[in-house]
Design a protein around this ligand. Structure first.
Ligand code: PLP
Length: 379
């Protein structure tokens, strides 16, 4: 293990042997893990038959591979990364949790977040007993100097107590929508060398695929990239995400993850989504979403009641308006749900609208216009 990762990982994980599930042992022995029909498998207390359920997945009576080969190979082809640098998880949310559990010692280490940002970094840290250091963004950009300071403060104080072990960056950011400049991400990676893991959450990267930082994985062994099928791939209900990192980080995360995180039907559907014509469908969906996003942003930008439209590289638009409550409540009354972000740092009076279908976007724009007309007539 590299000196850096050895220093960052929770010490007890270094020699820990993960749970040796039947499939993991088979794999380690070089035995097949999916040739169900030609073998007698009595090593996992499974039922011999499929039962009555009509499922598309074959052999649902069997435990899946710990990391189903069809899925990892499909994501490897899609991402052009070797299989050993990919971990499939139950959504990117599980990736976030695993990273914190792998690198942060409870009640000793911290994560660093840059609000306004995705809420699950803090929730997962709290659940695990990790501290949370906040370095707010400035105008949707990273405050690199203050991040640097926070990384050094932690290490300069007594031993490793309270030190920041994981920095979470979100690009494109949720709920702001913007990509972080590559130079800023690199500056944080440089400042974190030997001190912390840097996670770049790319849940929305397919909406701006040429801006991924994935290629930096070869340069920085403290970088982890998070991905998901929940957004551009339209599979939020499937619960499938991917953690991309060096092979040694993937090995460490694999010690912490559950023995069978990805169910057989999930692996099957996700692999389909990642291959052939389905990839073209995703690209088309992304292109359509980006057009609708630009239309919404352009419309909002010329509304007199709209104070600010945040630049978005994702499938949503954040805007600020003094009519926040009227718009949010009025839409809700019409059965249209958007997200109130005004409790987040720096986001007073901000609402976030996800990009839906063309019809849904037409309705939301018309309804907002009606609400605003009614409010302005009242006054
Ligand atoms: C920035 C970001 N990361 C991660 C996730 C979680 O994704 P998943 O559905 O894959 O768990 C979300 C979900 O909204 C998100 O916005």
């Amino acid at each position: 293990m590299s000196e850096q990762i050895n220093r960052l990982v929770r010490p007890e994980l270094v020699d820990m042997v993960p749970y040796q599930s039947a499939r993991r042992l088979q794999k380690a022995d070089g035995k097949p893990t999916s040739d169900f029909n030609n073998k007698i498998w009595l090593n996992a207390n499974e039922a011999p038959g499929q039962g009555e359920y009509q499922l598309s997945a074959e052999c649902i009576n069997r435990y899946p591979d710990f990391q189903p080969e069809n899925l990892i190979s499909a994501y490897s082809d899609y991402s052009r990364l070797p299989a050993e640098q990919i971990l499939a998880t139950r959504g990117a949310d599980e990736g976030i949790e695993l990273i914190i559990r792998t690198f942060c010692r409870a009640y000793q280490d911290s994560i660093l977040i840059c609000p306004p940002t995705y809420g699950m970094y803090a929730i997962s840290a709290e659940n695990h007993g990790a501290g949370i250091v906040k370095v707010p963004q400035i105008d949707c950009q990273l405050d690199v100097d203050s991040i640097n300071c926070a990384l050094n403060n932690g290490t300069n104080t007594s031993e490793t107590n309270g030190r920041v072990k994981v920095v979470f960056l979100c690009s494109p950011g949720n709920p702001t929508g913007n990509l972080l400049p590559l130079a800023q991400i690199k500056a944080v990676l440089d400042a974190s060398q030997g001190k912390a893991i840097v996670v770049v959450d790319e849940a929305y990267i397919e909406f701006s695929i040429n801006d991924s930082v994935q290629d930096l994985l070869g340069e920085y062994d403290n970088l982890i990239v998070l991905r998901t099928l929940s957004k551009a791939f339209a599979l939020a209900g499937l619960r499938c995400g991917f953690t991309l990192a060096s092979a040694e980080i993937i090995t460490l995360l694999s010690k912490v993850i559950a023995p069978y995180p990805i169910s057989t039907p999930v692996a099957e559907i996700a692999s389909q989504a990642l291959t052939g014509d389905n990839l073209t469908l995703t690209q088309t969906r992304v292109a359509e979403s980006n057009v609708l996003r630009e239309q919404l942003s352009t419309w909002l930008a010329v509304q007199p009641w709209c104070e600010q439209v945040f630049a978005s590289d994702a499938n949503f638009v954040l805007f600020r308006t003094p009519l926040k409550a009227a718009i949010f409540d009025g839409l809700k009354a019409q059965g249209i749900l958007i997200r109130d972000q005004s409790s987040q740092l720096q986001l007073a009076n901000c609402l976030r609208v996800s990009i839906g279908s063309e019809r849904e976007m037409d309705i939301v724009i018309k309804t907002i216009q009606q609400i605003v007309n009614a409010v302005t007539q009242e006054n």
